[in-house]
Design a protein around this ligand. Sequence first.
Ligand SMILES: NC(=O)c1ccc[n+]([C@@H]2O[C@H](COP(=O)([O-])OP(=O)(O)OC[C@H]3O[C@@H](n4cnc5c(N)ncnc54)[C@H](OP(=O)(O)O)[C@@H]3O)[C@@H](O)[C@H]2O)c1
Length: 322
Amino acid sequence: MFAVSAVRFDADDPLNGLEAGERPEPEVPEGWTTVTVRAASLNHHDLWSLRGVGLREEQLPMILGCDAAGVDEDGNEVIVHAVIGDPDRGGGDETLDPRRSLLSERYPGTFAEKVAVPRRNLVPKPKELSFEEAACLPTAWLTAYRMLFEKSGLEPGSTILVQGAGGGVATALIALGAAAGYRIWATSRSEAKRKRALELGADAVFESGARLPERVDGVMETVGQATWAHSVKSLRPGGRIVTCGATTGQQPGAELNRVFFTQLSVVGSTMGTRDQLVRLARFLAVTGVRPPIDRVLPLAEARQGLEAMARGDLFGKIVLTV
Ligand SMILES: NC(=O)c1ccc[n+]([C@@H]2O[C@H](COP(=O)([O-])OP(=O)(O)OC[C@H]3O[C@@H](n4cnc5c(N)ncnc54)[C@H](OP(=O)(O)O)[C@@H]3O)[C@@H](O)[C@H]2O)c1
């Protein structure tokens, strides 16, 4: 089958290790099933994989891609939950299974004509969502859902700052947060992206690092080193940062004085459960909220999409069709 894989690692030039071509169909262990992929979406995770983060040399070539929507063996339209884990080993939450992985970390990913997954990882695709829209949900949108509705501990009406407005997770945070009644403020380095963030539902937008008119109740962090100090400074006493990513580096100054003096919380968040993916899909069907899709490309042109992502030249999700 045709697939897009990482064949070598290059920390400085991740696209150097990308290859599109024929790969064997995935093995289907007991209790697993296959999905014929109709659409897949890119995540920063795919660039990390090409850089060698989270993968070992002996696992190469590895088919990339965490996210997909497609058709199962019985002809049902499904969304593929990207977390391969056992809820029993994680105290009821597969993301807390110490052995959990995401598609493309241990098992072949979704940038292919077919992907194999445990049966429990299939989630019905609401008919209101296209395959392209549904393929945006399993990683970026599910992560945003958990950050906002589970980890932030904040009720609607609270003010939430989203750093780096253009990213896949950030656009999901803006759209979901606005629809749920939060006052969403967003930062971006780009004026064009700030304007798009307003159109998406942000209440106000600011240049990255700008002083805010007042301190916020919560900050949603995916950027890391470049925005961390600003995130800490922007919180009201007792406020909370929820972090799920560190695109610009994972070792910012910890700002400990400010963390303890103003009694801040820093909370980590990763992906979400299958049940949360079901509720996220329903949230979109009910509210009419849809993922902003920056562009749709054929699978064979994945390179073009990953290059745009590496440059930060995107607003929302990049989708591949199969
Ligand atoms: N833990 C999890 O489960 C999980 C799930 C999904 C993603 N993540 C992580 O979260 C991060 C974002 O993922 P994504 O897929 O949303 O990535 P993405 O689409 O590539 O998002 C990148 C965004 O980061 C901002 N950014 C990049 N460099 C910046 C800089 N120097 N200063 C300020 N902002 C900068 C940009 O915002 P502007 O251009 O608007 O300034 C850009 O839009 C990644 O590191 C990813 O690995 C983790």
